[in-house]
Write a protein that binds this ligand. Structure first.
Ligand code: ADP
Ligand code: MG
Length: 457
């Protein structure tokens, strides 16, 4: 039985990870690998330890650090209860004493779903990976502790990476947990349209009251706001009213706030308050985990090699993974046959238009790109930001991300120790520019060919 609707395991695991990074390996092995997370309830986690001696030592040495970290991560006081677990006892009685003592007497009754939220977007369906872990944890903490943990919070990242999913998961979980709170989820576009309508119909006071009286305001896709001067003004005042009242606000955006042009400075400043977290594209292992989970949810069978084929070739985002899966399922139903590697390859050819080239180094890409643009490789990796160098640098980063498996962090390091967000923006710029500059795509294709040829030499 699930011991609680709220599981602090997330925070516990992250705490251990942080401690592991802080202390030496021997010490960590000695004290932490024998602990076992057992359950969570109210404001504590229960952790199994092998003996009284062990328990006393750990309390003395690490308890305050552990509880501090738990506080930082969750925004609330979570205490740790150590329970001694005798090995034999554990084997004989699977439900340990600790769990029995703390098991809630009744499972909470589920509330009716929130009318603006899709219940499919919940925490348990969200697969965690290093690309989204912090955003996940922050969201989890917010849902548990609205107005206290991270307020406001802005989650940003490219399309299809789970912004709406997390935002709605916060809403769904908070709706279940905080029975009386008024939660509003709205896209920035709807917010804007409703506001315009309210002005037209002379009901703007109603509009103001509606938004300023909520306990939690979730606004999706605020990158829609730039240029909408009056809506921004209204949101600014809404923000202040809610902020003063300690009401939780969470926003999402497809890029960092600093990149949103035509946004008023004071609204930008409000968005930047509190916590800004990003969602990165998932790496190969996380893509496998996500796709495997989707397959389980759909209760279908797909051979392992097909799953790997999809995850090797689709690296953009989760929505594209889902699309590929949907296409395969539709095909299988249509022809009433199982999917083999062969059919998958044929059916998904269009999705895989970008080929991933194996064994291509960042160094090689830098060499080819710098030669093409007539700059030196040192300049490409250097600090200068003149257009003549910045543009080739962006193109090089884009190509690395496009045809290799390097993460944005790794790419940043190879480009003079730049931050991963800089790499993200560089790629985004190149993509944007491709939409308006028809010569860029052929250039990149040409560079790709050159890179492949060099590699074969
Ligand atoms: P965004 O709002 O960032 O464009 P969405 O939240 O709409 O992206 O996500 C796109 C799709 O991918 C949704 O169906 C969502 O449930 C799914 N998805 C995204 N990230 C994950 C994840 N980490 N685990 C499981 N599903 C995910
Ligand atoms: Mg979205």
């Amino acid at each position: 039985m699930k011991s609680s609707t709220w599981d602090y395991r997330v925070f516990w695991e992250e705490t251990l990870k942080q401690i592991q990074a802080d202390i030496n390996k021997q010490e960590f092995l000695m004290w932490f690998t024998n602990m076992e997370y057992l359950s969570s309830r109210d404001s504590h986690v229960v952790v199994g330890v092998p003996s009284t001696f062990y328990k006393d030592q750990v309390r003395q040495r690490f308890l305050s650090t552990i509880e501090e970290k738990l506080y930082d991560l969750s925004g609330q006081n979570i205490s740790v209860l150590f329970k001694i677990q005798k090995k034999e006892a554990k084997e004989n009685h699977p439900g340990t004493k600790a769990e029995e003592e703390l098991a809630p007497t009744k499972v909470k009754k589920k509330r009716k779903a929130h009318s603006q939220l899709n219940t499919e977007y919940n925490f348990s369906r969200f697969v965690r990976g290093e690309n989204n872990d912090f955003a996940y944890m922050a969201s989890y903490a917010i849902a548990k502790n609205p107005g206290k943990a991270y307020n406001p919070c802005l989650i940003y990242g490219g399309v299809g990476l789970g912004k709406t999913h997390l935002l709605q998961a916060i809403g769904n979980a908070a709706h279940q947990e905080h029975a009386d709170s008024k939660i509003v989820y709205v896209t920035a576009e709807t917010f804007t349209n409703d506001f315009i309508l309210a002005i037209k119909e002379n009901t703007s006071h109603r509009f103001k009251n509606r938004y300023r009286s909520v306990d939690m305001l979730l606004i999706d896709d605020v990158h829609f706001l730039p240029g909408k001067v009056e809506t921004q003004e209204e949101l600014f005042h809404t923000f202040n009213a809610l902020y003063d009242g300690n009401k939780q606000m969470v926003f999402t955006s497809d890029r960092p706030v600093s990149e949103l042009k035509r946004l008023s400075d004071r609204l930008r400043n409000r968005f930047e308050r509190g916590l800004n977290v990003d969602l990165q594209p998932p790496n190969y292992e996380t893509r496998i985990a996500i796709l495997t989970k989707k397959i389980e949810e759909k209760k279908i069978a797909l051979p392992e090699d097909v799953v790997e084929l999809i995850c090797r070739n689709i690296k953009t985002n989760v929505r594209d993974l889902e699309k590929a899966l949907t296409k395969l399922i539709a095909y299988a139903e249509l022809v009433n046959r199982n999917i083999t590697l062969d059919t998958a390859e044929r059916q998904l050819k269009d999705f895989f238009s970008h080929h991933v080239y194996k064994n291509i180094s960042i160094d090689l890409i830098q060499k080819v790109v710098s030669e093409y643009f007539g700059v030196s490789q040192t300049e490409l990796k250097g600090k200068k930001r003149s257009k003549a160098i910045a543009f080739p640098r962006q193109v090089a980063m884009y190509i690395v991300r496009d045809i290799t498996e390097y993460s944005t962090t790794e790419v940043g390091l190879e480009f003079g120790g730049r931050d991963h967000t800089t790499v993200m923006h560089a790629c985004q710029r190149v993509e944007d520019r491709m939409k308006t500059d028809s010569s860029l795509q052929p250039t990149i294709q040409y560079l790709n060919r050159m890179i492949r040829e060099f590699r074969n030499e």
